[in-house]
Write a new protein. Sequence first.
Length: 149
Amino acid sequence: MSRKSHCVKLSEHQRQYLQKIVESGKDKARKITRCRVLLLADKAKGKTDEEISDALGVCLTTIFNIRRRYHKGGVERAIEEAARSGQPPKFNGKSMAKITAIACSKPPEGHARWSLRLLADQVVELDIVETISYNSVRNILKKTNSSLT
C-alpha cells in the first residue's frame, strides 16, 4: 500500500470538528475510532496506513474503507454508521396496540382468561396479522407490562 488512491485532506474546520468528537468521548467508540483514523490519515499528519493500524489497533482494510468513504462522501459519510440490512419489524405499533387491547378485553366463552395461544389464534382470526406465534404475543405483552406474561 505504498500509493494511496484515496488521500485525506482535511480543512481546519473539519480537523477541529473531528478533534471535538474525539475529545468529548460521548459518541460511539466506532465513530471515535473513525475520527482518529481520519485525523491520522490527514495529509498534515503524514501517517502511513501501517502506522495508523499500529497506533489505533484497527486493520488495514478498515483504514482503506474509511478513506474511501471520505473520498466519496466527505467527513460525515466517513464517520457515520451506514444503514445496516436486516429484517424489518413484523408488527407495527397499531397491530401491537390491537393485540394489547384484545388481551385486556373479556376472554371468549368457555375460558376464564386469555392464554397466549388463544390470543395468537384470535389475532390471526381477526386478520390483524397473517401469522403470529404465541411467543411473539408474549413479547408484545411483555413490553406493555401486561399481567398475562
